[in-house]
Design a protein around this ligand. Structure first.
Ligand SMILES: NC(=O)c1ccc[n+]([C@@H]2O[C@H](COP(=O)([O-])OP(=O)(O)OC[C@H]3O[C@@H](n4cnc5c(N)ncnc54)[C@H](O)[C@@H]3O)[C@@H](O)[C@H]2O)c1
Ligand SMILES: O=C(O)C[C@H](O)C(=O)O
Ligand SMILES: [Mn+2]
Length: 487
């Protein structure tokens, strides 16, 4: 339907958003990506090949001229959701994220560009599949890879000077490096680092308000400290530092990061990634036997436990009960997608905590009934915030996306938490309300961009109500336009 009648497709999905969200996005997109080459019918989006680096301008020129593109999503397919290297199938993550920007934030469907950077794949199954559509070679790494990404960014900016670039599902060793390299040069955003950080922080701040734990006291255990995990840790520690006037170093001490080797400690040295380094703890007091998740929980008594590990069932009954013994309202977010990789199931979390847990999950889950009370489960997925942030960036034509703009987005999202009004309600708003929330987020982001001197668009209104109206009239709606306009 999307290929044949775009307006009808968006109208259908918009009208049945809650029912269809999990079909067009997480978790179903994961299956579509894994089977991309076998389900292939028509190409959609822009495929760029690392062996044809000299032709990027030419290829991109096929997608429009300088006024034509507002929003680019690009992936190299190395770390799709929690299902690893999917090679060129990654085009479908770029497509799905863009569908969400249209549905949830009214980005014009013809003014966006999904891109996959085909650098080969290390997925042996794909390499041995004669139907695989991507480059049949192992991933290119090192200088040639960096040059490819750089040439792509430069070519995209040249061809589409106004486009905002959203990076998605790059591998652990590249995601943060690429963001660090470009965030001070162009308007760009890494969804797994920044989008996940924003939505998780908004959910956590709402949960802290419900449980009446102060930011300066909160203790967070993070299980799975990769791209998303360290992105979350960064946002949390930045916020603690700003709000409580602690140093960033002190704030980081309120977060205990765990990964495959257990609790991250300084003696891991070069084995720590750049993103992990500032969270590694002194080895003193942490003998090797005490670095597993259960031991850390028993020692730290965290208020918050977040999972971005791709390890299904990692939050076992023992672990959750140990946590619930020490805090009144355990805040537990199993965030690994797709659904089958979640660190725990919401029903178990309510069961093991006698209904005291404050839960949010990465993929959608049905409501849970515990002791006669029905709980809707908040979906803590970056889809709640990246569309609004992108809308704000596109409309303000910001030169860069600053930390403050992201903080503004978090505040706007948190303010919409249903749990702030009724603690039995979910920590984050429902997907049904996402368009309104995107307007809130975009307004906050645009106001902040203006304040920071980063907005380049003309005519941005100064009052909030006018700003909201200005945003709304620019959002695309799924409706048939007349072929001929008559006066
Ligand atoms: N809900 C959301 O909005 C959202 C956003 C981004 C990522 N995610 C999910 O988070 C997960 C991780 O994504 P990522 O992009 O950070 O991947 P990543 O590969 O960068 O990070 C995963 C980390 O988990 C660690 N890990 C793996 N097995 C582990 C184990 N048994 N014990 C402890 N640590 C372990 C890895 O070493 C790695 O550091 C994925 O399932 C992804 O779908 C969710
Ligand atoms: O794509 C999603 O559903 C969220 C996130 O970006 C992920 O990688 O899991
Ligand atoms: Mn992602």
């Amino acid at each position: 339907m999307k290929a044949q009648n775009e307006v009808l497709y968006y109208k259908l999905v918009q009208t049945h958003l809650k029912e269809m969200f999990s079909v067009i996005y997480t978790p179903t997109e994961g299956d579509a990506i894994q089977n991309y080459s076998r389900l292939f019918r028509k190409p959609e989006g822009c495929f760029l090949n690392i062996n044809h680096q000299d032709h990027l301008d030419e290829y991109l020129a096929g997608f429009g001229t300088e006024e034509d593109v507002d929003y680019i999503v690009v992936s190299d397919g190395e770390e799709i959701l929690g299902i690893g290297d999917q090679g060129v199938g990654a085009i479908l993550i770029s497509v799905a994220k863009l569908v969400i920007t249209t549905l949830c934030a009214g980005i014009h469907p013809s003014r966006q560009l999904p891109v996959v950077l085909d650098c080969g794949t290390d997925n042996e199954e794909l390499l041995n599949d004669e139907l695989y559509l991507g480059l049949r070679q192992h991933r290119v790494r090192g200088e040639k890879y960096d040059e490819f990404v750089d040439r792509f960014v430069r070519a995209a900016r040249k061809q589409f000077p106004k486009a905002y670039i959203h990076f998605e599902d790059f591998g652990l060793n590249n995601a943060r490096r690429i963001l660090d390299r470009y965030q001070s040069q162009i308007p760009c955003f890494n969804d797994d680092i920044q989008g996940t950080g924003c939505v998780t922080l908004a959910a956590m701040l709402a949960a802290l308000q419900v449980s009446q734990v102060k930011l300066e006291d909160v203790r967070v255990v993070l299980f799975g400290s990769g791209t998303a995990g360290t992105g979350i840790a960064d946002q949390i520690s930045d916020t603690i530092a700003t709000e409580t006037r602690k140093s960033k170093d002190e704030a980081s001490k309120q977060i205990w990061c765990i990964d495959k080797p257990g609790l991250l400690v300084k003696s891991l040295g070069d084995k720590l990634t750049e993103g992990q380094k500032s969270f590694a703890r002194d080895d003193d007091g942490w003998p090797e036997d005490d670095r597993d998740l259960l031991s850390v929980i028993k020692k730290v008594h965290p208020h918050v436990l977040i999972g971005t590990s791709t390890k299904p069932g990692a939050f076992t009954e023992d672990i959750v009960r140990a946590m619930a013994r020490k805090v009144e309202r355990p805040i537990i977010f199993p965030l690994s997608n797709p659904t089958r990789l979640h660190e725990a199931k919401p029903a178990d979390l309510y069961e093991w905590t006698d209904g005291r847990a404050l839960v949010a999950t990465g993929s959608p889950f049905p409501p849970v009934t515990h002791n006669g009370t029905k709980y809707d489960i908040a979906e803590c997925n970056n889809s709640t915030c990246f569309p609004g942030i992108g809308l704000g960036a596109v409309l303000s034509q910001c030169r860069l996306v600053s930390k403050k703009m992201l903080v503004a987005a978090v505040e706007a999202l948190k303010a919409r938490s249903p749990a702030l009004k009724d603690s039995n309600k979910p920590l984050l708003p429902d997907v049904e309300d996402v368009r309104e929330i995107s307007v809130d987020i975009a307004a906050a982001v645009i106001s902040c961009a203006v304040e920071e001197g980063l907005a380049q668009a003309e005519g941005i209104p100064t009052t909030n109500s006018e700003l909201r109206e200005w945003i709304k009239v620019q959002m695309w709606e799924a409706e048939y336009r007349p072929l001929v306009y008559k006066n």
